[in-house]
Structure formats: C-alpha cells, structure tokens
Design a protein around this ligand. Structure first.
Ligand SMILES: Cc1cc2nc3c(=O)[nH]c(=O)nc-3n(C[C@H](O)[C@H](O)[C@H](O)COP(=O)(O)O)c2cc1C
Ligand code: SF4
Length: 657
C-alpha cells in the first residue's frame, strides 16, 4: 500500500490471477533477441523491471509463423528451443513476484524490414497496399488463414509450457488481426470478410482455440488501437464496437492508439512529448464504463505515477501501461510505492534511444538511463580500489552523469560549471516550441547529482592553476561545444542570426529563411518559434526532409505541424551565400542553385564545434583526462550521457593516477 498512490499499488485480480499492483510494462521490441530466442541480455533487462516493482510484464512480440518474421531477430514461436529458453526468461522475472504475459504477433502487410537481404512476401488479409512501408501483400488463402490461426495456438501453447501467465493477441497498430477488422483493408468475401461479423472472426477463432487448449487459469487477452489516427483507418466509434463485441471472447482488452500503416498513425506507436499524458484513457474509460465486468488496460504517455493514479481514480482502466517510464527508470514502481516520486527519472518521450534504437535494429536503451538494455555491462557499479579526487569540467548532461556516477562509486567529485546553471545545451533545447519536456533531463540529472554527493561549483571557470591546486587524480572534460556558422558568401546587408541568438531573444525581420544544417529538432523548433511570431518562414534543409536526423515518430509529428502552418520546406540544401534580400543555396545532389528572394533575415541552425581550450592546457600540463560528449565531437544528449557513464565507470582506481 502506498500513501500517495493507493490505487496504483492495490492488487488486481484477473480471472483468479493476482497482480500485485496496477503498473505494467506493455509489450515492446527490445532487439535483445538472437536467432529467434531470448538472450541473457533480455533476461537481465526484464529482471531489472521486475526487481523495480512492475506488477506485470508483457514480453515483446513473438512471431507465430514464418510469414510473421518482421525482422531477422524476432522471437520465433515455433523454434525448437523456444520452451526452455523462454522458461529461463519467465522464471527469472517471476522470482520477483511479477506476472508475465507475452504477445502473439503477426504483422500481416506491415513488414518493415528485410530478411537475408531481401524483402519478404507479406501475407495480407487482402492485397490492399500499406502506405508507410509501400508493401503490397499477397492475399492469404482461407487455408493459409487457418494455418496462421493454428500457429497462434501452437505458439501460445509453447509459451504456456514455458510458464507465462497470459497470452496477448496483438490486434493493435494495424497488424494482421487489425487488418481483418478493417473494412478498408479487409476486402475478402469468404467467412473472414465481407460482413462485420466475418471481420471479427479471425480474432474470435484464435481466442476460442487458445481457450480450448490452454489450461483454464491462463489469461487470453488482446491489444487494440482505440483509434488509428488516420483518415483511412478505424475511428474510435468503429473500434468501440469492435472492442465491445470481442470482449466476451477475451479476458482483458489492452488499449493503445495508432497504426503502423501510415505516418500519422505510426506516431502513436510511441507517442512523442507533444502528445498529452494518458491520452487514450478517455477511450479505455468509455469501454470500462460500458463493460464493467471486462478488465481494461491502457497505455500511452502515462509517464508518472500521479498520471496513472489519476487514470485509475477516474475509472479509466484497471491497469496502466508505463513502458517508457520503466525503460527510463526500472525502479519507478518501487520509488512511487515508497512515496518518493521526486526520485523518479521521468521519461520525457524523446523516443531517441528506445524506439529510436529499435528502428535502427539496435538494442533498446534510454538517453537518460544508458544502463537500460546494457544491464549486463552497466547494471552494477564496479568496486573501486581507492577513492580518487575527480574533477568534472562542464555541467551539461554528460558532465552531470559522469559526476553523479563517479560520486556514487565512492570518489570525491567536484563538478565545475562556468555558468550559473546546470544543463548545458539542454537549457536551450527546452526553449524550442513543443520541446519543453526535454528540460526534464536537467531535473532528473540534478536529482541524481544531489543524491550522489558530488560537489557542484557554479560560476567557476576552471584554469590549469585550479586543477593543479586541487590535486585532482583525473579530469573529465565535458565542456561541450560552441556554434560555428558555416562559411558562405555574405555581402553584409542581411541580418544573419544563429539559432542560439534567436532562441535567446534576438529579433528577426518578418521574411525569414531558416537554413537547417543539422536537420534535427533545432531547425524545426526555430521555424515554429518564428511562425508563432507572425513571420513568413521558409526552410532550407540539409537532408531529405525536415528532421531527417531524428526518430521518425517525433519527426513526422513535427512535419505535420510544419505542413499545417504552411511552411515551405526545401530539402537537399547547402547554404551558398546571401545578398541584400536573397538567400542562395545549392541543391546538394544536383549542384543546381536554389534561390529564396524577398528575405530580410537568415537564421542558421548550424553545426557545433568542440570547445578545446581546456584539453590543450591539460595536454601541455600532462594531466590525465578523458573527454566526453560534444567536447570530443558534437553529437546528441544520448552520446554525452552515455560517455559520461563510461568515463565514470572506468575510474576504478586501479589505473595510475
Ligand atoms: C522500443 C519500443 C518498442 C515497441 N514495440 C512494440 C511491440 O513490439 N508491440 C507493441 O504492442 N507495442 C510496442 N511498442 C509500443 C509500447 O508497447 C507502448 O504502447 C508505447 O511505448 C506507449 O506506451 P508508453 O508511453 O508507456 O511508453 C513499442 C514501444 C517502444 C518504445
Ligand atoms: S529514450 Fe527518451 S523516450 Fe525513450 S525511455 Fe528514454 S527518455 Fe523515454
């Protein structure tokens, strides 16, 4: 029982299965599987969440049939070793009192990747193309549908043998079961298509067959998108009817939003920070009200325990999915239960290292908690031989992480920051429109720092004298980077400003070109900032589209806003020069000119250059140091925090001082 979150930490009984609290981790791809089986890395990853107090973990999708293999590393439900290897995973989680369900998966036409180098034939309900991945599936025969239904059952049986408490049919996000439900995608005229009742049959037959074969105590539920957020997709009214009519065949309904089939819909697979907290709870609450005897789960931007408590209090659901919340802080449930919500490292829905990694085929992690997905390497802090005096120079995210970890290891750490505030470039990044939540990174790291015991000195410019006087054993240089405007011809007439100048208040004219070398959040934010001030803004981007360098759901949500604001975006641009009222770019592929006339201000979202002053001094004085993040090579918060962790971990005290 928790005084602050009494509902969240009350047990939930589902068909006789007691779940110790209402927090669950929804199924999410981790890329921690190999050759179709779970790895030790996946076990360590999930055990960290179980230890951290999750009531229920829904393990990521298991492909039920060879035609369901959406990546070469997906878990394979028919693998000869699936039972013993999955049992290791399930047993390891259950030791901590956490219940385990698993997702049964077939993507149908939503085949995103290649297998053995080639694009596979997608098995679809009909040959209706999928827009986002440009897939034209083959229409499954009735026999193939029956084969796939049997494959769901066989996979379910294997996983039950491995010890799971429940099975979840993935009917969300436009995957195969959702394709059967949709009158647009399902154009069949056999018993699996045509009428509304026929469209429900695929899910009903899977659940009926599973229920007939698995022991009666095993939970059989399904995940559905309450709304697909696409004009061509299922809306909330249609999905309400579907959920209501499928409820009798299922033990629970797990609600989320979106579809993989379109850009607007896929944003909701991992909703970015622009999307309201707990936004799908209105739909799940409506279901709960209409179906009081059906267990309803919900997820989507429930990133803090008070959000979850509010959902439960309002009758929005029985269980709250808090997935990225626990990717970011596996200890989130225990901290909330102990009434210490301020200690939680809150997920900021940046999508950079969780779904961002998954889309690159890389193991899951978190920009704020690089230990995630790397539990076997970084899960336990190394022992130190002796406490060293460590100076960390620079109070950006990398310096903060390095100082906090080194101090937790037992070193005497001083963090010196030149300015009056910690946070480095995050201070600027949080000023961008729609990016305020990114500032949570400073709040979270400040808390880690305070708890670590590292000593913070603000307004301190570190000199060689300061280092020599302090008798530091090691210096971690986290001094970041400074803006470097690109070289271009400038006749000196036009106002030219950097992104930093604009974000800190410098005034522009009303006809602005934003040249975005970075193709990340900064250029997009600048444009939105200037549009909000009433400027006419044109955007020239060094990339194939605005935000080409960022995670696709964050990018697509931003591109949607730019489109609504009628911003003209020109891709493939290199800045060439400016004169009185014209900006000249060059097309980076054709080398042809791109000309913007009638411009009074050029704003540049430019590259950064490492601050090297301190390194040169340290080299000259032969003082041991490591450099991290932008001070070595300007990149993102993810790299600097990761390198902060690495730099601290390497300070075991065994190396010569
Ligand atoms: C890395 C990652 C992988 C995901 N993979 C899946 C998946 O395989 N199946 C699924 O149903 N949802 C998947 N999702 C969506 C999550 O289950 C969840 O709905 C989403 O993260 C929103 O919940 P949250 O705001 O609590 O993170 C994934 C999300 C992330 C971040
Ligand atoms: S990378 Fe960003 S979105 Fe993903 S878990 Fe971490 S903070 Fe949340």
């Amino acid at each position: 029982m928790s005084a602050m979150f009494p509902l969240l930490f009350s047990p939930f009984e589902l068909k006789g299965l007691e779940i110790k609290n209402r927090v669950f981790s929804t199924g999410h791809d981790t890329d921690l599987c190999r050759s179709g089986l779970p790895t030790d890395e996946l076990i360590a990853y999930q055990v960290a969440r179980a230890k951290g107090g999750a009531g229920l973990i829904v393990i990521q999708v298991v492909a039920v049939h060879p035609s369901a293999l959406y990546t070469s590393e997906a878990l394979q439900g028919w693998h000869s070793q699936i039972v013993p290897e999955f049992k290791r995973l399930v047993d390891a989680i259950k030791v901590h009192g956490t219940r385990v369900f698993v997702q049964l998966f077939h993507p149908g036409r939503e085949l995103a990747s290649r297998m053995n180098g080639v694009v596979k034939t997608a098995w679809g309900v009909s040959s209706v193309p999928s827009e986002r991945f440009r897939v034209v599936p083959k229409t499954m025969s009735t026999m193939q549908i029956e084969e796939v239904i049997q494959a769901y059952v066989d996979t379910g049986m294997n996983l039950v043998e491995a010890g799971v408490d429940g099975l979840e049919i993935v009917g969300s996000h436009g995957y195969l079961p959702a394709q059967f439900l949709s009158p647009v995608v399902n154009t069949r005229n056999d018993r699996f298509g045509g009428s509304y009742d026929n469209r429900l049959r695929f899910v009903q037959e899977i659940s009926a067959k599973l229920r007939a074969q698995v022991p009666s105590n095993i939970i059989v539920g399904a995940r559905f998108s309450g709304i697909e957020f696409d004009e061509a997709g299922m809306n909330d009214d249609a999905m309400f009817d579907v959920c209501r009519d499928l409820a009798p065949s299922l033990d629970y309904l797990n609600v989320i939003g979106g579809t993989s089939a379109s850009n607007s819909g896929s944003i909701h697979i991992a909703p970015p920070m622009t999307i309201e907290n707990a936004y799908m709870s209105a739909f799940s609450g409506k279901l709960k009200q209409a179906l009081p005897d059906t267990a309803v789960f919900v997820a989507g931007r429930i990133n803090q325990p008070h959000e979850a408590e509010a959902v439960l209090k309002a009758g929005g659901a029985d269980m709250c999915g808090m997935t990225r919340a626990m990717i970011c802080d596996p200890q989130m449930p225990s901290k909330a239960r102990a009434n210490k919500p301020d200690d939680i490292r809150a997920c900021i829905a940046c999508n950079q290292a969780c779904i961002g990694h998954a889309q690159l085929g890389l193991p899951i992690s978190c920009i704020q908690h690089p230990e995630s997905g790397r539990e076997l390497t970084f899960g336990t802090l190394p022992e130190i031989n002796r406490a060293q005096n460590i100076l960390v120079v620079g109070g950006g995210p990398g310096g903060m992480k390095a100082a906090a970890v080194a101090a937790r290891m037992g070193h005497n750490v001083v963090l010196a920051e030149q300015s009056s505030q910690l946070g480095g470039q995050v201070k600027l990044a949080q000023l961008l429109p729609n990016r305020a939540e990114f500032g949570g990174l400073i709040t979270n790291l400040s808390r880690e720092l305070t708890q670590s015991g590292a000593k913070v000195q603000l307004n301190l410019t570190v000199t060689r004298g300061f280092i020599e006087e302090g008798q530091f054993d090691h210096v971690i240089v986290a001094t970041g980077s400074t803006i470097e405007l690109p070289v271009f011809e400038n006749d000196g007439e036009m106002t030219v400003l950097s992104h930093e100048q604009v974000l800190t208040g410098s005034k522009t004219g009303t006809n602005v070109v934003v040249f975005d070398w970075r193709s990340d959040w900064v250029g997009i934010g600048l444009v939105e900032h200037l549009v909000a001030q009433g400027c006419r803004v044109r955007m020239a981007v060094n990339g194939i589209c605005a935000g080409a360098a960022i995670q696709s759901y964050v990018r697509d949500a931003a591109i949607a806003r730019l489109n609504v604001a009628e911003v003209e975006v020109t891709p493939f641009a290199r800045l060439y020069g400016v004169d009185e009222d014209t900006v000249y770019c060059m097309h980076t592929a054709s080398q042809q000119p791109i000309v913007f006339e009638g411009v009074d201000t050029l704003v540049i979202a430019s590259a950064m250059m490492p601050s090297r002053i301190l390194q040169d001094e340290l080299d000259a004085a032969d003082i041991a140091y490591s450099e991290i993040g932008d001070a070595a090579s300007p990149r993102t918060a993810e790299e600097t925090i990761f390198e902060g962790l690495q730099a601290a971990i390497s300070l075991t005290g065994s190396q010569p001082s």
